[in-house]
Each structure stands twice: as C-alpha cells, then as structure tokens.
Design a protein around this ligand. Structure first.
Ligand code: SAM
Length: 251
C-alpha cells in the first residue's frame, strides 16, 4: 500500500539531486540544499512571448527540473529511448509496483555505469501517480506526459480507476506547461475511445495535428519503445493513440 513509499509533501521537498546527481553538480549551495526556486527564477520561468512557461537556460542550469513524466512506466523502455533523444531534459518514470520500479532503477544504474556520461537524465520513482502527482511537480512544470498502454479497467464500475478522466486531466493540465503534450496509446479500442473522448471533452487540451505528429520524434516510440508496445507489435495488434496539447484557458 501507499504507506510503503515516502511521498513528499510538496514539489519543494523532492530531492531530485538524488535522482540526477550529474545535473546538480554545478548547482549553487542553495539548490544543493534542495530548496525551491527563488521568486526571481520563477519569474524568469514565465517570461516567454506566448505565455508558455519556458525555463530560461540560466534558471534551468541553477535548478534543473524534471520536464517529462512517463506515468505507469512499467519496465522503463520509453525512458531509455527518450534519454538519448533528449539528453538535456530530465525525465522520470512513475511506477506503482515496487519490484518493477526497483528493476527500472537498477536498469538505469547499469546503463550509467556502462555508458559513462549517458543516461544521467532519466530516473524512476515508486509512487501512485493517480494520487500524488502534484506532490512532485509544480504548476506548469511538465512539457510532456506519457501514458503508454495503461491498465484498461474493463468493467464499468472500475472506470473510475482509469488514469485518464476529467478529474485527473484537470490535475495534469495544472502541472503541464502551456504547449506541453500529453501522449496516450493503448491496444484496447474501448480504452482508446475513452481516453480520446475525455481529452476532447476537456477545455484545456486540443488534438495535435497529423502534420505535427509526423514531425514529432516521440510518436514512433509510443508503440516501439515500451515492453508492452513491443508485445502488442509482436502479436500484430492494433493500437489507438490520442495525443493532445495543453492550451491556455479560453484559447
Ligand atoms: N507503460 C508501460 C509499457 O508500455 O510497457 C507499462 C504498461 S502496464 C500495462 C501499466 C503500468 O502502470 C503497470 O506497470 C502498473 O504497475 C502501472 N500503474 C498502474 N497504476 C498506476 C498508478 N496509479 N501509478 C503509477 N503506476 C501505475
């Protein structure tokens, strides 16, 4: 149960330097103590033209932040692939199962040992992402969220356990940057329709166009990088994806 893993009270309490030591070695003493961004740095973070929360490189250097989250990361195949594609982005996999999250941590550790200087930007947390995401991420922090092959919870009475819902989308919208992208994929058609219709119904998300998806290096990984995706591909199963952008309210 949840009592078996520690949960920070708020994002300032997250000890990210434990997860990404290589990214914190040049940080100031203040940051090394694990404190949150100063008001100045927060202001800088919000200073782009279109209102999107884009970190200034200075603030990002002083206090690097996790920008991508793979929710229900399973065995971590997506993180490993994304790590090389986006070497400057910090990303975390969130996984409920203790043994699976331990496996991912060991997998990443082994990769770091084998390839010095690489895979320093990925990590894994054991947590219940349906309950605790705002404990880890502040408003507007995440640029990408991934929900790959989530548990289907077929029975109607269990639909409330699905990881995409109106309530949870409001939470995801809060922790995502304007312009951030949410990626979902499943091999269960009914769940695919459920995720799409929930995203369509939510005022803070809009579908990403096919043209943009063609340019997006993450899209191909959705079905090829994860262990579940590979299983579906081996069985020539069909997949259903819904990829949406976080937009401003009233946009
Ligand atoms: N995304 C991976 C993939 O594509 O291979 C794993 C897919 S697996 C079917 C779903 C994963 O989500 C499982 O590893 C499960 O433990 C995890 N999970 C389910 N509910 C979760 C929650 N509330 N918080 C974090 N992880 C969760």
């Amino acid at each position: 149960s949840d009592s078996h893993f520690p949960v920070p009270n708020n994002p300032c309490e997250c000890d990210w330097k434990e997860h990404f030591p290589a990214f914190f070695k040049d940080a100031t003493g203040e940051v090394e103590n694990g404190s949150c961004a100063t008001e100045n740095m927060k202001a800088e973070n919000r200073s782009s033209e279109n209102g999107a929360i884009v970190p200034s490189s200075q603030a990002e250097k002083l206090e690097p932040k996790v920008r991508f989250a793979d929710v229900g990361c399973g065995f971590g195949g997506l993180l490993v692939k994304l790590s090389v594609l986006f070497p400057d982005k910090l990303m975390v996999g969130m996984e409920l199962r203790d043994k699976v999250s331990e496996y991912v941590k060991e997998r990443i550790h082994a990769l770091r040992v084998k390839h010095p200087g690489q895979y320093e930007n990925i990590s894994c947390l054991r947590t219940n992402a349906m309950k605790y995401l705002p404990n880890y991420f502040e408003k507007g922090q995440l640029e990408k969220m991934f929900f790959l092959f989530p548990d289907p919870h077929f029975k109607e009475k269990n639909h409330r356990r699905r990881i995409i819902s109106q309530t949870l989308l409001a939470e995801y919208a809060y922790i995502m940057a304007i312009g951030g992208i949410i990626y979902t994929i499943t091999d269960v058609e009914e769940l695919g329709e459920w995720m799409k219709s929930n995203l369509d119904a939510h005022p803070l998300f809009e579908p990403v166009s096919e043209d943009e998806l063609d340019q997006d290096r993450c899209v191909e990984l959705l079905s090829s990088a994860t262990e579940e995706g590979q299983k579906v591909a081996r069985n020539s199963g069909e997949t259903f994806r819904a990829i949406y952008r976080r937009i401003e309210s009233g946009a």
